[in-house]
Design a protein around this ligand. Structure first.
Ligand code: SF4
Length: 173
């Protein structure tokens, strides 16, 4: 049996690259930066807030400036679920299924008063806020919300994405 003690190779300090070593401490920030400017929204549009969604997607507001303009109509290809409008109890299971079909990491935006809290629909049919069905990352107030409010919400979400830890970043990555 080989009892020779194993030695750990020591990299001589002359071959170390401090700039590269510094960059390896910033991996999370790199991934966050890349992710925050490559959002692919899935618009779950049910009601009148849709007009505002179209307004914010077009000129002069243009969410493309934030890397979030290209809607994907397949949950498997999107990472930002934008719930735009009123959600009824009948639609709730569908919304949940769409959310579950999206790949990780994923984020959710409640777009407008109805998605946030049910709005003025205090009745048996409307869900009083989509956070009863899916976890919400950012709420956009207003009935309907102004495009500036939506852009502000996108920027807040981007800040959050940039600061969060990313599980794909490991010691060896
Ligand atoms: S928040 Fe207002 S504009 Fe938006 S879906 Fe509800 S009622 Fe319509």
């Amino acid at each position: 049996m080989d009892v020779t003690p194993r030695t750990i190779p020591i990299v001589p300090s002359s071959t170390r690259n401090p700039a590269l070593e510094y960059l390896t401490t910033k991996k999370d920030e790199f991934v966050g930066w890349a992710r925050k400017f490559s959002l692919f929204p899935y618009p779950f549009v049910t009601a009148c807030c849709a007009m505002e969604f179209m307004a914010v997607s077009s000129t002069p507001y243009d969410t493309d400036r934030f890397g979030a303009a290209l809607p994907r109509f397949s949950p498997r290809q999107s990472d930002l679920l934008m719930v735009v409008g009123t959600v009824t109890h009948k639609q709730a299971p569908i919304l949940r299924k769409v959310y579950e079909q999206m790949c990780e990491p994923k984020w959710v935006m409640a777009f407008g008063a109805c998605a946030t809290s049910g709005g003025f629909y205090q009745n048996y049919a409307a869900v009083a806020g989509i956070d009863r069905i899916v976890p919400v990352d950012v709420y956009v107030p207003g009935c309907p919300p102004r495009p500036e409010t939506v852009i502000d919400a996108i920027m807040q979400l981007q800040d959050r994405i940039a600061r969060q830890r990313h599980p794909i970043v490991t010691r060896n990555f």
